[in-house]
Design a protein around this ligand. Structure first.
Ligand code: ZN
Length: 525
């Protein structure tokens, strides 16, 4: 079905004129008074949005995704935001950091494309707000994906950053789209109209999956900064609108027999002074918050990332997570043993706040990190393979593409000769090997090694993946000779006849002031 509409610019009426009656709302909902806006010095009232045709859905499982533009998550707690607070305490709240340029800017085009498609910008192609290079044909938004799975699903989207409709970030196969123009008509007023029409749709129609976008928080960030009282007020206002959307859901006559999942996400953060697009930690802050059946209350996973919204939507509808996306479920953890490593604060690094955890040289059970060939000295954090996080590692040195390690999650392993070499050390080069536990390979002709990696090469540095069967000699299975940016690797390895166990080794060596290698989430199957 293709019953969507792009609405024309709003009809504004001067306050001296009675507000127009609700237009084209077949159930004649009592519309709350729209928020006033100032146009050429005259306060006007916006006409309510006509309620679109939303086809009758097919599922008692329902999902509502709420997009809040430019919400820096550490500003939720100081704001008066009881609805977000309740979703956080009753749901799973995974915070993470964005990529930076040259992968993509921390701006809305790439951010919403990442949320909608649940692949990273190197796949969806949107690097900035020109949307040049978009591949929505190959990587559609989650509502379009749902239509492609079964066109009988009822899908609805309402937004007031118009490029998300015009550019097809939320595409034309969605059953009903309401696209307002906050840039032209003002975000607080258009957020209000998005909320009103969405309340009606959620309460009186029957969509299976919905996306509601509110833009005013980002505008407050640009105008006054994320450190301002005005920003907290904008969070409060959006929170009140979220409360109305949730109340509309609960007011559904069929609510008691339904199973609702609510997801909230943001496209980027903001600096304290206001603004984003760059590489500061504050601009890179994002989150995915999910609440609903099967989703743990109060969970704060470190391994959730912004690409996880599609999986949350499909899981909420009790559908399998689509293949070919970067996203994972938010309600289950992968069991990556690196997530269990205990991290410390900085030792030799000077640019990382003392409270930011951190790093460790102690691997999880079964793993080992051989630093016996490392010269003494150098920056302690990076002396040999270390375990670290996106925030700690990218704070160590900004704008050297450490921020592009998007296919790692939570805690990952790093060999960083560039940072290690920033402090004096005994003559010699970085030489360290990370060794996996012994995996059982009895009776197998071959196995597959899968892992996420992020490798940047300079000079003589070398990076090799080796395997050893039953404690025997190492066999080279991968030799990196060029950059491998944010890559998922999958290596087929032949198992010798009679072998029973195999260890995997990541050997980084012949390196000083060169670059680095990151590895995460090794799986042997
Ligand atoms: Zn913005």
């Amino acid at each position: 079905m293709q019953r969507w509409r792009i609405l024309p610019a709003l009809v504004a009426a001067a306050v001296s004129v009675p507000a127009p009656a609700a237009v084209a709302d077949p159930v004649a909902d009592p519309a709350p008074a729209p928020e006033g806006k100032v146009l050429n010095g005259v306060t006007t009232l916006a006409a309510p949005v006509p309620v679109p045709d939303v086809p009758n859905g097919i599922s008692a499982d329902k999902v509502l995704v709420i997009g809040l533009d430019g919400l820096r998550h550490d500003r939720i707690a100081p704001a008066d935001a009881p609805n977000l607070d309740a979703l956080i305490s009753g749901g799973t709240f995974g915070t993470s950091l964005l990529y930076t340029s040259p992968m993509a800017a921390t701006s809305s085009g790439p951010g919403w494309s990442t949320i909608a498609t649940s692949v990273w910008p190197d796949l969806h192609g949107v690097k900035d707000n020109t949307f040049a290079g978009k591949h929505y044909d190959q990587y559609p938004d989650f509502l379009t994906r749902l239509e492609n799975t079964n066109a009988a699903y009822s899908t609805y989207a309402a937004l007031d950053w118009k490029p998300l409709a015009d550019q097809g970030t939320f595409g034309p196969r969605i059953d009903a789209r309401v696209a307002l123009d906050g840039d032209a008509d003002g975000y607080p007023a258009e957020d209000e109209r998005v909320t009103q029409v969405s309340e009606t749709v959620l309460r009186t129609r029957n969509p299976d999956a919905s996306f509601v976008y509110l833009g005013a928080i980002d505008i407050a960030g640009h105008g006054s900064g994320a450190g301002s009282a005005a920003y907290l007020t904008a969070i409060h206002d959006a929170d009140a609108r979220i409360g109305r959307l949730l109340a509309a859901v609960r007011a559904r006559p069929s609510y008691a027999s339904e199973r609702w999942t609510v997801v909230v996400a943001t496209d980027h953060g903001h600096t304290d002074a206001g603004g984003h697009g760059g590489s500061s930690i504050e601009e890179r802050r994002t989150f995915v918050l999910a609440s609903g059946p099967g989703i743990a209350a109060g969970a704060r996973p470190a391994d959730t990332r912004l690409v996880d919204v599609t999986a949350a939507v499909f899981t909420g509808l009790r559908l399998a997570v689509p293949g070919g996306i970067d996203g994972r479920r938010v309600d289950t953890r992968t069991g990556d043993p690196f997530e269990g490593v205990t991290l410390s604060g900085r030792t030799d690094e000077t640019g990382i706040p003392a409270g930011v955890l951190g790093y460790s040289h102690t691997p999880p059970s079964g793993w080992s990190a051989d630093a016996s060939r490392m010269p003494s000295g150098g920056v302690q954090e990076w002396r040999g393979w270390a375990f670290t996080t996106d925030e700690f590692w990218s704070r160590a040195a900004r704008d050297q593409q450490r921020e592009l390690n998007v296919r790692s999650r939570g805690i990952f392993a790093v060999a960083d000769s560039d940072e290690w070499d920033d402090k004096s050390h005994e003559t010699g080069t970085f030489d360290s090997t990370l060794v996996s536990p012994a995996y059982t390979v009895t009776g197998r002709a071959s196995v597959t090694l899968a892992y996420a990696t992020h490798y940047r090469v300079d000079g003589a540095q070398k990076a090799q993946v080796l395997v050893s069967f039953d404690g025997g000699a190492d066999t080279l299975v991968k030799n990196y000779t060029a950059d491998a940016i944010a890559r998922n690797e999958s290596l087929r390895v032949t198992v010798p006849a009679g072998a029973t166990s195999m260890r995997v080794k990541f050997h980084y060596f012949d390196a000083t002031n060169n670059w680095y290698w990151a590895v995460d989430d090794l799986r042997v199957s």
